[in-house]
Design a protein around this ligand. Structure first.
Ligand SMILES: Cc1cc2nc3c(=O)[nH]c(=O)nc-3n(C[C@H](O)[C@H](O)[C@H](O)COP(=O)(O)OP(=O)(O)OC[C@H]3O[C@@H](n4cnc5c(N)ncnc54)[C@H](O)[C@@H]3O)c2cc1C
Length: 384
């Protein structure tokens, strides 16, 4: 039985010392899917030193093995104190996948470096001709002795320019069903023949990239699962990713910004905006309860394919409404161009940030599978 008071005082004591003002500022200024990278790295090191970097992982693999309530309390304190948002695909989705599906040698090689932050991972699934229809993946991996030779391109790869490794879905066979010819590979980003080109986002930010593979050699030992069985590995990865794609804590953070904007606007704000903020707060509390009930161990089982899609759909659509409201509350200051970030007074700076956040979160109902696709998954499961 968790002693909540003791746990909370332990967390607060840790945050008081380790969450230094520079990190709090980076957390407050977060616009995209993660905070400033220097702050992320420093915060990751501090969490790792305390044994709290991977709340859901089993202790045997260096995780904290917290239950849902413990994670909720910890996240709530982090939001209240503006902790940075980590660039943490490795911790949130690839690590749990490797724990379930990788060989012992792969676990020993990759898991510790995910925890320390030495390895940063990006996801190479989407291609110019394969997004929602992921089975259309055409990047080819030809087997040559003890390596695959990879040719093709991946697109929209978030954080590829910040990552030293990528997990990717590649085509190894053209016969039979399209899903049966795909393989899941772990690729070093500094491999000869691999090029990363930036794609700028709506907020003028650089998060996404296109990747080109020109005869990139990948050792066969970097394959997760069997050759041509990458579809089932990727499906599981997507379940893990969607179940924590937009944790309630992330939405709570944006709601906090919206409330601050409201306070700053004072009496001048249109009353209906206050009502909408309260209504969204109530919806967010319901989402928190859904999360608490759905993810007791932090990871979804393979049997409930609906649940990750429900969490992803609910979380991202709610988040969009919250950041849209924050932009509306900022009113004319939000209309101040993105270039106003960091200049000319607190209202203009906050307004410009609110608008940039609104733009950035538009993508949340597209990445990790668009909302229409999540609805298809849910409907198929419920109606079958
Ligand atoms: C900011 C951002 C970051 C991303 N990061 C990554 C990443 O790190 N790694 C990665 O691999 N990918 C990433 N993606 C790609 C993302 O997963 C795809 O954009 C997404 O799967 C949609 O694919 P698409 O863009 O090809 O659109 P399409 O598949 O062409 O879809 C276009 C529209 O048609 C709808 N549609 C398509 N098929 C159906 C259907 N059967 N039923 C109903 N509606 C349908 C879609 O919902 C969408 O609204 C990212 C995308 C964005 C925008």
């Amino acid at each position: 039985m968790l002693d909540e008071a003791a746990f909370l005082s332990e967390v607060r004591a840790f945050l008081d010392v380790q969450l230094t003002p520079d990190l709090r500022e980076a957390g407050r200024n977060t616009i995209g899917v993660h905070s400033d990278m220097a702050a992320c790295r420093l915060w990751q090191r501090r969490l790792h030193a305390r044994g709290w970097i991977a709340p859901t992982w089993p202790r045997a693999y260096g995780g904290a093995e917290w239950g849902a309530r413990q994670r909720y309390l910890f996240d709530r304190e982090c939001v209240a104190n503006d902790a940075p948002v980590l660039f943490a695909g490795g911790i949130r989705s690839l690590g749990p996948l490797l724990i379930e599906s990788a060989t012992e040698a792969q676990k020993a090689r990759y898991l510790p470096a995910i925890l320390t932050g030495e390895d940063m991972w990006c996801q190479g699934f989407s291609e110019p001709g394969a997004g929602t229809d992921l089975a259309a993946v055409a990047t080819r991996a030809r087997r040559q002795g003890e390596q695959y030779v990879v040719n093709g391109t991946k697109i929209w790869t978030t954080g590829a320019h910040l990552s030293n490794r990528m997990f990717a879905l590649v085509r190894t066979c053209d016969r039979g069903k399209r899903q049966e010819g795909l393989t899941f590979l772990l690729i070093d980003m500094d491999s000869p023949g691999l090029t990363v080109k930036p794609i700028l986002g709506l907020a003028g930010d650089h998060e996404c990239n296109q990747i080109f593979f020109d005869d990139v050699a990948v050792p066969v030992e970097n394959r997760v699962g069997a050759e041509n069985d990458g579809w089932s590995v990727a499906k599981r990865l997507m379940q893990l990713a969607r179940s924590n794609n937009t944790p309630s804590a992330l939405v709570r953070r944006s709601l906090k910004r919206a409330r601050e904007a409201l306070v700053l606007s004072g009496a001048s704000v249109e009353p209906s905006l206050r009502h909408r903020l309260s209504a969204l707060d109530i919806e967010l509390s319901a989402y928190e309860q859904l999360e608490l009930a759905s993810l007791p161990s932090g990871r979804v089982g393979g049997e409930n394919v609906c649940l990750p899609s429900m969490l992803k759909l609910t979380g991202t659509e709610l988040h969009q409404r919250v950041v849209e409201l924050a932009a509306e509350i900022s009113g004319p200051y939000g209309a101040g161009a993105l270039a106003a970030i960091g200049v000319n007074g607190i209202e203009l700076d906050r307004g410009a940030r609110a608008m940039a956040k609104h733009f950035a979160v538009r993508a949340a109902t597209i990445y990790s599978g668009a909302s229409e696709m999540q609805r298809n998954v849910i409907a198929k499961q419920l109606l079958s």
